[in-house]
Design a protein around this ligand. Structure first.
Ligand code: HEC
Length: 143
């Protein structure tokens, strides 16, 4: 098992190298919660940092947003978290919001790899409203 402090240092490095804040433009056709979720997912929570594949220069392939990625800094890979994929896997707003708080998935398993860290060091500290907003945004998708 990797000591947690090593992984944490790796995550910091990863964010430092790849995370660039972008201005947020809200979508007036969507609910306030959806927009809040989009802001958190794309901004402070860096979900795309690990869930969107990159080209060989390290830039995210935006047309493949949230479709999962391999070659993560810890050597792992991440699954897709698009609305289609999440629904196929039986995720609901409440199970996803709960998983982001507890690290527990609906099948009773726990998030593995760096996702466990993301929950422990990140999303577990969000308010329920913010976790719900993330879940609503991801499950409704961009359509
Ligand atoms: C540091 C990299 C990283 C970041 C940042 C990250 N994830 Fe993950 N995520 C992973 C990995 C790796 C897995 C696979 C975990 C496993 O194998 O158990 C995963 C799995 C998941 C899953 C399970 C999907 C499924 O059905 O299998 C969901 C949902 C998820 N992440 C949502 C999010 C959300 C929402 C965010 C932003 C708050 C986020 N992730 C940020 C790496 C990351």
């Amino acid at each position: 098992m990797t000591p947690p402090f090593n992984l944490r240092a790796g995550l910091k490095l990863w964010r430092g190298l790849f995370f660039k804040p972008e201005p947020f433009i809200s979508d007036p056709t969507k609910s306030e919660q959806w927009n809040r979720g989009k802001y958190i997912v794309e901004g402070p929570a860096h979900c795309a940092a690990c869930h969107t594949p990159r080209n060989h220069l390290g830039a995210r392939k935006t047309d493949l947003a949230l479709t999962g990625a391999d070659r993560l800094p810890d050597g792992g890979s991440s699954p897709a978290i698009t609305s289609e994929y999440l629904k196929q896997n039986g995720w609901t707003v409440s199970s996803l919001s709960y998983a982001l708080q507890s690290g527990l998935m609906p099948d009773g398993d726990v998030f593995g790899g760096s996702m466990g860290e993301v929950v422990r060091d990140g999303t577990a500290y969000l308010s329920k409203q913010d976790r719900d907003a993330i879940a609503i945004y991801l499950l409704e998708g961009n359509e």
